[in-house]
Structure formats: structure tokens, C-alpha cells
Design a binder for this molecule. Structure first.
Ligand code: NAD
Length: 451
């Protein structure tokens, strides 16, 4: 399905030319070096997804390389003086994958698994996600390789402030705007905003989103990703004439995304039969009392031990006999092996990159519909965009306005992806990627290549 208005240079890319793009990029000293990703790494998945979209769109190799290569990256050393006086050193990253449609936008992750390739993958997914829901942003992501559960609040504040001051030259409301991700929260965003503002001498709320309400956060932001997941699930089910109150569901991950997704699914009438977190999972065939579970988690810090439920492992949860599976934790949980055991009819990706390329192939072969991350979890960036718009205008919208606009954006993005998928016989993932990648390529094409 080549679109001549968005291709550049001579001819279409052949499948052979794009088969191993990463190896090609690594071998070629003239392009930004990309560390060769590990097999089934998030970056390998992201690059393979882009290669698939590029092949469908018929783009040439030059454009493919531009789309595949991060525009700008910063690695920083973060020394922390611990509460006991000793000093530890961490590494932090900020990757701006693409800024052709607007400022970089993307979360900040604190996890021991963070490395530059993971951040590159997450930044690339942000680029396509912002384009799919048509918000005027590019894609970016940040991370610090740290296990936040091992550090005090004061230590995490110092890490956050030092990281922010190190990456100050490349962030800002018109350059790159941060939001919470795994291991960070609205307090982290307040520290980032404060550090940035104090250094510049005045308050600049629009440098982060997902902030607390008293410092310019938006109503509805904390639950926006989860609301979007449920809108996307409802729309996908609707394509098959099924309603949320007719289905059973299992949710992996019970953090900012998974916990509210479980709550909204429960409120919509779906039977939530299993949930999990990093410590383990629980199941109840008749459905979990999600409000009571939220209280349990607030007191204990985990879903484990919830009264009246049986234990289930994270691996078992993925293979439960439910209608809708919502992975909302980490990457690569559905690979070619685990995907073969999935019994759900729909997989709605709350997490970024939960399905590997092999996993995608197996799910497709088995007729399981995957609502892809760059569509299903885009509600967060949609309301982040609303928060940024409100901060720039210094004018605040009601929760009802936010919820209504979010639902409209999710509905129109889903409708466009679903229509393209039907028209061109593409998976929802390929259709979403084609829409996102084409919008970014169009921006490149229209802006032209400088100099
Ligand atoms: P979070 O830190 O609030 O929650 C993560 C949850 O996953 C926790 O319950 C944790 O215990 C669990 N978990 C961690 N490792 C696990 C493992 N190996 N197996 C099972 N569970 C595990 O993070 P979050 O913000 O909810 O993010 C979850 C996912 O959603 C990530 O992929 C993130 O990039 C994506 N996402 C988040 C947002 C957002 O607005 N927060 C937006 C879009 C996408």
C-alpha cells in the first residue's frame, strides 16, 4: 500500500532490505549507532514492528533509517548521597526518538531493568502512539537504572532532582515533556517540575504531566491510561457485537494502569477473575471484589493474600480461560511460547511492548485479536496533552470535559485503526503502526531535509 506522497528518494523498500535493519545500522558507521538489541528485547520488537509498517507503506531505506534512529539521546551519571552518608552512582537516560510533529513526550521509568535499548524502544513507541491519537508531539522516554523500592523517599527525591538538572538542556514545555511510568508517580513529576522551575527562576508547570492537582495537574490524568484501555477494549469487543458486561477478564500488573483498568472493567460489568503484580497473582472464578481489593492493596502493597481468592502465578494468569486478557505490567510477557497458551479472545495491551514479534505471530495464527499498546494505552498521553494545553493556557477544564474529550479521541483513533485494518486486511497492530508511522513520515516529508 505505497503512498507516494510520503515516500522519499528512489523506489520502495524491498522486504530483503528491511529484514535485518538493526544489523545493517550497527554495521554502517555513517548512521547513528544502535546497540544491537538482544533477541526478544523491547528494541528488537519495536524495530521489527517499524520494519513491518515500512514494508506495507513501501518506504525507501533512507526514510526507514530516519524513522528507526533516535533523533537525540542523553546518558547521564547520577551520584546519590544516601541517607547514611555513602555515595552511589546511577545511570540515567533521556531518548528523543522523534520530534518532527512537536516536542518529545514520554514517561520516566525507574526500574533495575532500565537500559538504553529499553528506553529507545519505549521512545519509539511514544512517537507512533502520539501520532495515532494525533496529538502534536514526538516521542521520547527517560529512565534511571534503579530499584526504587530499595531507597527512601528523600533519596528518590535527590536522584530525581539530579537527573532532571543533568538533562535540563534538552527538556522543557516546548522541547520534551515528561510523565510518570513504572516506578515513578505524580510526586516524581512535581520534583522534576520544581527542579526545572527553580533553575530557570519561575514556575513552569508544562514541563511535566501527570503532576499533582495543586501544582497544575489535570483532573482525570491519574486514571486516563486505564480509562483509555477500557474504551479500547469496549470498542474491540463492539466490533464483534460483544459488550463488556458479558465478558470475563484477567489483568496482569496492578499499578497505575492495571489497578484502575481492573476497577473500570469491574464498574462496566465485566467479571475480573484474576489480577497479579510482581509478587504474584490471585484468582476467583466468580469474580474479584475489585473495590475491596484496592483497599487490600493500599494496606499491604500487593494483591497477594486477598481474602477469598486463590493464588495464581503470573504465567498461569496469562493462560487463564477468560475472554479478555489485559497485560498491564512489563514488556515481552507474551512471546511465541506463552502466546500459544493464551485462551482469551482479545488481548488489550495496557503495558508497552507486552507482546514480542513471535508472540504476535502466534496470537494472529490462533485468531486472537490484539488491541496494540500504541492505541490501547494512549489515553494517558491524550490527557497528558490536555494537561499541557491547560498549563499553557493557565485555564482548567472540568473532569467531565476531560473524560468526554478522552472518550472522543480514543473512539476516533480506534475507528480509524479498525477501518484500515478491515480495508487492507491488516492486524490492528499493523494498522495502528501504518497510521502512526505515515503521519510522522508526512511531517518529515513536508518539513524537508535540512540543510
Ligand atoms: P506501575 O509501576 O505503577 O505498576 C507496574 C505494575 O506491574 C505493578 O503492579 C508491579 O508490581 C507489576 N509488575 C512489575 N513487574 C512485574 C512482572 N515481572 N510480572 C508481573 N507484574 C509485574 O507502572 P504503570 O505506570 O502502571 O505501568 C505499567 C505499564 O503500562 C508499563 O508498560 C508502562 O510503560 C505502561 N504505560 C503506563 C502509562 C501510565 O500512564 N502510567 C501510560 C501508558 C503505558
Amino acid at each position: 500500500m505505497p503512498d507516494p506522497s510520503t515516500t522519499s528518494g528512489a523506489g520502495a523498500t524491498t522486504p530483503d532490505a528491511t529484514a535485518d535493519l538493526t544489523a545493517d545500522l550497527t554495521a554502517n558507521p555513517d548512521v547513528t549507532p544502535l546497540t544491537a538489541p538482544r533477541p526478544a528485547s523491547a528494541l528488537a520488537t519495536a524495530q521489527a514492528q517499524l520494519a513491518s509498517a515500512v514494508e506495507i507503506l513501501g518506504y525507501d531505506d533512507g526514510l526507514h533509517r530516519m524513522l528507526a534512529t533516535p533523533r537525540r539521546e542523553m546518558n547521564v551519571a547520577i551520584p546519590l548521597r544516601r541517607d547514611d552518608g555513602s555515595v552511589e552512582l546511577f545511570t540515567g537516560y533521556r531518548v528523543q526518538h522523534n520530534i518532527s510533529r512537536g516536542p518529545g513526550k514520554g514517561g520516566l521509568r525507574y526500574a533495575p531493568s532500565v537500559d538504553v535499548d529499553e528506553v529507545r524502544a519505549l521512545a519509539m513507541w511514544m512517537t507512533w502512539k502520539c501520532a495515532v491519537v494525533d496529538v502534536p508531539y514526538g516521542g521520547a522516554k527517560g529512565g534511571v537504572t534503579i530499584d526504587p523500592s530499595r531507597y527512601s523517599r528523600a533519596e528518590l527525591e535527590r536522584v530525581t532532582r539530579r537527573y532532571t538538572s543533568e538533562i535540563m538542556p534538552i527538556i522543557g514545555p516546548e522541547r520534551d515533556i515528561m510523565a510518570p511510568d513504572i516506578g515513578t508517580d505524580e510526586q516524581t513529576m512535581a520534583w522534576v517540575m520544581d527542579t526545572y522551575s527553580v533553575n530557570l527562576g519561575y514556575t513552569i508547570p508544562a514541563v511535566t504531566t501527570g503532576k499533582p492537582l495543586p501544582v497544575g495537574g489535570s483532573l482525570g490524568r491519574a486514571t486516563a491510561t486505564s480509562r483509555g484501555v477500557v474504551h479500547a477494549a469496549a470498542a474491540a469487543l463492539g466490533d464483534a457485537g460483544v459488550r463488556l458486561d458479558e465478558v470475563t477478564t484477567a489483568v496482569q500488573g496492578f499499578g497505575k494502569v492495571g489497578s484502575h483498568a481492573a476497577r473500570f472493567l469491574h464498574e462496566a460489568g465485566a467479571r475480573v477473575v484474576a489480577v497479579s503484580d510482581q509478587f504474584g497473582g490471585i484468582r476467583a472464578a466468580d469474580g474479584l471484589d475489585v473495590p475491596a481489593l484496592l483497599t487490600h492493596v493500599a494496606h499491604t502493597g500487593s494483591v497477594v493474600g486477598f481474602e477469598g481468592a486463590d493464588a495464581v502465578s503470573n504465567a498461569e494468569l496469562l493462560a487463564l480461560d477468560v475472554d479478555v486478557l489485559v497485560p498491564a505490567a512489563v514488556e515481552n510477557v507474551l512471546d511465541e511460547h506463552t502466546a500459544g497458551r493464551v485462551k482469551a479472545r482479545w488481548v488489550v495491551e495496557g503495558a508497552n511492548g507486552p507482546t514480542t514479534t513471535g508472540g504476535d505471530r502466534v496470537l494472529a495464527e490462533r485468531g486472537i485479536v490484539v488491541v496494540p499498546d500504541i492505541l490501547a494505552n494512549a489515553g494517558g498521553v491524550v490527557v497528558s496533552y490536555f494537561e499541557w494545553v491547560q498549563a499553557n493556557q493557565a485555564y482548567w477544564w472540568t473532569e467531565h470535559e476531560i473524560a468526554e474529550r478522552l472518550e472522543q479521541r480514543m473512539a476516533s483513533a480506534y475507528a480509524a485503526v479498525s477501518a484500515l485494518s478491515r480495508r487492507e486486511s491488516l492486524s490492528l497492530r499493523d494498522a495502528a503502526l501504518v497510521i502512526g508511522v505515515r503521519r510522522v513520515a508526512e511531517a518529515h516529508q513536508i518539513r524537508g531535509l535540512y540543510p
